[in-house]
Each structure stands twice: as C-alpha cells, then as structure tokens.
Design a binder for this molecule. Structure first.
Ligand SMILES: C[S@@+](CC[C@H](N)C(=O)[O-])C[C@H]1O[C@@H](n2cnc3c(N)ncnc32)[C@H](O)[C@@H]1O
Ligand SMILES: [Zn+2]
Length: 234
C-alpha cells in the first residue's frame, strides 16, 4: 500500500526547522527493507506494506500522548517499528506499546530496534493477523494507532472500539486517501491498487466513522491522520 502522503514544500520546511528525527535511521531502513522484501513477494511492495509514518505525524502524536499522559498504546501495523519507537519514547518508564504485524521478519526487526534504542522493555511486538491478535487482548488502551487499514473499513473495525478506553483516542493513519477520493486528484491511480470502487469505499468509511456515536472524529489533512476520541457516554 503506497503511502503517497507525499511531502510538500511546507512539510520540507517544517522538517528543516524541527530538529533531528531521533528514529530517522529506522524510517530509512523501512524504505530500503520494503524494496528488498518486495522482491520475494508476489504482491511486491504493497504486500510488504512497510511505508513508515512521517516524522511530522509522529511529532503531533507524541505531543498528544505527552499532554494526555498516555501509558498504554496498541498499534495495528508495526512495520519495522518506526512509529512504535516514537510511542515508546512518550509512554516513558512503566509504559507499554504493543504493536501487531503479520510478517515475522517485521516483528523481528521491531524487537531488534527496540533493543537498540533501549526500549526493549516498553515495546512488545506481536506476530500475526490483527483480527486474531486483537481477540486475544484483554486490556484497554489510552491510544490505539491503526496503521494497518488501507482503502476500506477494516475487518476489525468493531474490535477497535472495545480496545480504546473510554476517554482514549483512536488514531488512524492513511486518511490522505480521503482528499484524493473527494477531489479526484491524486498522484497515484488508486483504482489499480484498490479496485474501481476505491473512492466510494473511502468516502463510505469516512461517513461511517463520522456517524459512529462511540467517537468524536476529526479528519486532519496536514499531516493526514484521523483522530477519534472515544466518548465516555457511549
Ligand atoms: C504502513 S505499515 C506500518 C508502518 C509503521 N507503523 C511505521 O510507522 O513505521 C503497515 C504494516 O502493517 C502490517 N499489516 C497491515 N495489515 C495488517 C493486519 N491486518 N494484520 C497484521 N499486520 C498488518 C503490514 O505487514 C505492514 O508492516
Ligand atoms: Zn516487509
């Protein structure tokens, strides 16, 4: 699933004034990994799927996580661990980030990077399909980051709401697709990747989220991320 939340000149300027990305090495390794892994997969780069988050998005999520004193984070779609490291940084000592990925080689890399950055005790990488792993979890989380969905409402949509604690936050990456769907302008022909009805499916998922009484949802476009506050009264 290509990211194609392509950096703009504004993104480049902001990155240049915001100081070094402490985990840039893992983002770079993720890009290189995807090309290499793709050569062994019938579905190529999209099947590997390791498109790391942007540093701008992770800075925003780190600010939210710190301000809300988030201690428990669940992530669907760990990749090589780039976003998990940002989460682990703000949950602090005693906090825990659990991150799910379907590829054993991704999970091994997450564990390796967690150790390398001294965060081995704060990151737990879980190997398997999100649908299966999420059924085994009996905790609730301050923040759930869904970086696994792409192009349509995920099969685990209802399970997400069980796992975000009331008063917590469901964060969904990849919502740059909504602007592409609504404006009809995109750097990528998504119908080749997601099928001919992709734009309708994206808009339909956005409508479903916006109407879901369990959440108050904001669709942010720069950086592209949807934030769904889990209401305490629903
Ligand atoms: C966009 S990448 C994650 C990038 C990572 N969060 C980061 O910022 O570096 C998506 C990852 O999710 C995994 N994935 C996607 N859907 C999944 C599912 N249903 N169950 C388990 N893993 C999934 C893919 O294997 C891929 O590694
Ligand atoms: Zn891969």
């Amino acid at each position: 699933m290509p990211d194609h939340d392509e950096p703009t000149r504004l993104d480049d300027f902001l990155s240049s004034i915001q100081g070094a990305d402490p985990f840039a090495e893992v983002a770079d390794a993720s890009e290189a990994h995807r090309v290499e892994h793709a050569s062994t997969l019938a579905g190529g780069e999209q099947e590997c799927g390791v498109y790391p988050s942007s540093a701008l998005k992770m800075r925003l999520l780190a600010a939210i996580g710190r301000a809300t004193n988030a201690k428990r984070v669940l992530e669907i779609g760990g990749g090589l661990g780039y976003s998990a490291l940002w989460f682990a940084d703000f949950v602090g000592d005693g906090g825990l980030v659990e991150t799910i990925d379907r590829f054993a080689e991704h999970v091994e890399a997450i564990r390796r990077y967690a150790e390398r950055f001294g965060m081995g005790d704060r990151i737990s990488a879980l190997a398997g399909e999100a649908d299966d792993i999420m059924l085994t979890l009996d905790s609730t989380y301050d923040i759930v980051h869904d970086d696994g969905w792409f192009g349509a409402q995920p099969s685990y949509y209802d399970r997400l709401a069980d796992l975000v604690r009331p008063g917590g936050l469901l964060v969904m990456s990849n919502w740059f697709l909504l602007e592409h769907a609504v404006t009809g302008q995109s750097p990528v022909d998504w119908s080749q990747v997601l099928g001919p009805t992709w734009a309708e499916e994206i808009k339909s998922y956005a409508r479903r989220l916006a109407a879901d009484e369990r959440y108050d949802v904001s669709f942010v476009q720069r950086p592209a991320v949807a934030l769904a506050y889990r209401r305490t009264d629903a």
